[in-house]
Design a binder for this molecule. Sequence first.
Ligand SMILES: [Zn+2]
Length: 346
Amino acid sequence: MALHLRGTVLPHDTPRDLWILGDRITFDRPSVEAETVADGGYLLPGLVDVHTHPGSPSGEEPVFDPGAFAEQIAEHRDAGTTALRFPGLLGEIPDGLREAPDAPRMVTAGRWLAWAGLSRSADFHTVTDDLVAAAVAEAKAHDGWCKLMGDWDFEADPVPYDLLRAVTDAVHAAGGRVAAHCQSAQGVLNAARAGIDSIEHGMGMPEECVELMAGHGTVYVPTLTAFARSAPRIKDNPRGHLWHEGHRIMIRRVREAHDAGVTVLAGTDSAPFGNVATEVEHLIAAGLPADVAVGAASWAARDFLGLPGLVEGGLADVTVYDADPRREPGVLRHPRRMVLRGRVVR
Ligand SMILES: [Zn+2]
């Protein structure tokens, strides 16, 4: 038996019928019987959070607990999230979960790699003297991605440009991609010059980075939700002042990056899980057009991860909403129907 859905398919804004056969989408009526599971509304290929770190029981401490991981990806799924990227994970995806019929599709970059030459590191970092070798190994061992700290203390020296460039060249030569945490002006600039594939956070991003990122095809994942949550806790001392200044700059760069042709994507970074609709609202508040902000948490993110959406032969993930999320982004919190891996899960 096939599944049948009818509604306005985004981003093409076309009312049409689609069918699901196994884990694939088709726009051609199949010869087998089909059950209609949605009639009307707006159809998306589900939500995507490209920056989340499930696995810690509280969402904070540096411990990987398989049970917490399973609960937190279920929270993502219950919010209509069909795909996740983990740019830093303290453990491996637990056996059986990656292909579980009700689990979002997952892309992991393995551990957070921190170059030993940084002035400080955190206890969730994997510190390495040989960042190039570690990055290549991590990308090969996971889903073609590695994650490194481009900096850590935002007042100290970041990873030098030459080293970032060597990492990028080596990982690309091995067929992988690099995500870099950057939260200092020089750290972002080094990453943008080095052609890192995705810059995470980008606090204090210098203006020239926007053109560099556009030229390299670098994606920008600002994780505004996490920064907005931290902002009230950051004190108004000299370091706090620097933090707030970096935060103001990163918000401004979101729109400038989009205008320059950079793909901006939605990531939440920290708990609560299943919260990517909030990131869409922050992206809109930062000046992204609403359709772009919704795409940043859906079809554009799926393209970035290599997961085809609502196209002929695409993967069978669909969420259905009563209202147009481009006009009412809040509706993203309330999927009326959800099909994941070809099965109705809501
Ligand atoms: Zn993160």
